[in-house]
Design a protein around this ligand. Structure first.
Ligand code: 4AD
Ligand code: MG
Length: 460
């Protein structure tokens, strides 16, 4: 008999129907001449109760199985007399596909997120991580759907690259040179003898290649893994994370903010419409008020303030921050959270940052002190999006590269787009895990990535 997903069994079948389910036992309970197994197959949050009686030939074996065992069940769906569930399955045939010993770590009790992180190979079978990873999958689809509906081209930018887009020196090296004895030239490692004939690393952003495609296809986006060797052990930074980077030709900073706003609202609405059961769990157990927050967000118009205004507001706040606030210094996450949580009480775009703290590719404003950049800040998470209008004027771009210590020759191909058919364009990067933290209320980035990579941790 063909397997039916529990999600489907709970939604589309009717009483009396004979069905086949396969899944893992979340909890088990035995009574006099009866046993109850809560079976879960990950297709939805809910488990389905399977009722087993001594009529089954292997009943004696079945009452001895452990939590976590994998079963194949044939039975009839009936209305459940028990509170809190509509259906249960009267088993007619149960096969043990894989029993589980009593040392299975996910016994029925509350486990800390820290403990679950230490068993990342098993945590997808828990309620919390089931909900997180179903949401992650649903959101990935929604992201593609949003851009597809708007006619954006999906482009795969390279993972191995020879340029550090953000210029922050946070690249992981990719090399096949012998680390014990690399070839040298006047004392320095001779990268020309490396696999690619030059120094390469894992990409920190697909933006520069994305811009090349935007000057051919007008509207494009990337969605893929990015890597940063920042040694910051925070709850919001991962060494490997996923980023969505749209790039629009013929667009300015205002267009960029509107796209970001529409995008976020679309994803929130999608989540509310398609992930109700999992969201209800997050609302109940992870962040009280999450649903109200998301419903408000789906309708909200985001506020905007310039960096200079943000600095004035922070200075006037009377708050004592750990890091000083001064025009020209980067905003720290405590400042970002104060702005979005206390000053605005919702998402806010901060725009027009000082030229000295932003990447070389951002468009210089007429004041020559600021660039046409934007960060979107949201409560609890802080920066979720970073973007800008790009510098499309060749001489200005060349000057900015030199000021930032980047040799223009090293990015000759990037500069070529400004030489032939240059156009105003803009884009942004949304950190996928930061988005998930915002939508689920989970407070640590390690808990929204299947197998997180952070300083000191690449197990599993
Ligand atoms: O602000 P960032 O560095 O911007 C860029 O990479 C641009 N090239 C994007 C563009 O304009 N196309 O990074 C964008 C977003 C951040 O706002 C944040 O959400 C996320 O990526 N992010 C990280 N997420 C997890 N761990 C890290 N270490 C992250 N660094 C950035
Ligand atoms: Mg940023």
């Amino acid at each position: 008999m063909e397997r039916m997903a529990i999600h489907k069994a709970l939604g589309e079948t009717s009483a009396g129907e004979l069905i086949c389910l396969k899944g893992w036992v979340r909890t088990l309970r035995t009574g006099k001449d009866v046993a109850f197994f809560a079976l879960n197959d990950g297709s939805c949050f809910a488990s389905l109760q399977v009722v087993v009686t001594p009529q089954l030939p292997n009943y004696v074996e079945l009452v001895k199985i452990g939590t976590g065992a994998c079963l194949s069940v044939q039975g009839v769906l009936v209305e459940s007399p028990a509170a809190g569930q509509r259906w249960e399955v009267q088993a007619q045939k149960v096969e043990v596909l894989g029993d589980a010993d009593s040392d299975y770590p996910l016994q029925k009790k509350r486990h800390s997120l820290e403990f679950l992180r230490s068993i990342a190979h098993l945590r997808p079978r828990s309620n919390t991580f089931g909900a997180v990873f179903r949401l992650r999958s649903a959101l990935s689809f929604a992201i593609h759907r949003f851009f597809h509906e708007r006619g954006f081209l999906y482009v795969h930018t390279p993972i191995i690259t020879a340029n550090d887009c953000e210029g922050a020196g946070e690249m992981f090296r990719v090399t096949t040179l012998d680390s014990e004895n690399p070839p040298r030239n006047s004392g320095y490692i001779d990268w020309s003898q490396d696999f690619f004939g030059e120094r390469t690393g894992l990409t920190v952003s697909g933006q520069l290649q994305g811009e090349l495609f935007a000057t051919a296809f007008s509207d494009i986006y990337t969605f893929g893994p990015t890597f940063r060797a920042e040694n910051s052990n925070t709850s919001r930074h991962a060494a490997e994370f996923w980023m969505i980077e749209p790039e629009m030709a013929f667009a300015d900073l205002e267009d960029d903010c509107r796209l970001a706003e529409d995008f976020l609202r679309y994803l929130v609405t999608y989540t509310l419409q398609h992930c109700g059961e999992d969201l209800a769990f997050f609302n109940e157990r992870v962040e009280k008020g999450l649903l109200d927050k998301l419903q408000a967000l789906a309708k909200a118009r985001f506020e905007t303030m310039t960096y200079s205004e943000a600095v004035s507001r922070l200075q006037a706040s009377g708050e004592s921050f750990q890091f000083p606030v001064a025009w020209g210094r980067d905003l720290q996450s405590e400042h970002e959270r104060y702005l979005t949580e206390k000053v605005v009480g919702g998402p806010v775009f901060v725009t027009d940052y000082p030229v000295g703290i932003k990447a070389f590719y951002m468009r210089l404003n007429n004041d020559e002190r600021t660039v046409a950049a934007m960060d979107l800040l949201v409560p609890r998470v802080g920066e979720i999006i970073g973007g800008s209008q790009r510098e499309e004027r060749l001489p200005v771009l060349q000057r900015r590269m030199e000021e930032s210590g980047i040799a223009p020759e090293s990015l000759w191909w990037y500069l070529d787009t400004r030489r032939w058919g240059s156009c105003p364009h803009a884009g942004f990067g949304l950190g996928f895990e930061r988005l998930l933290m915002y939508l689920t209320g989970m407070e640590n980035i390690r808990d929204v990535i299947p197998f997180p990579r952070t300083p000191g941790n690449a197990r599993f």
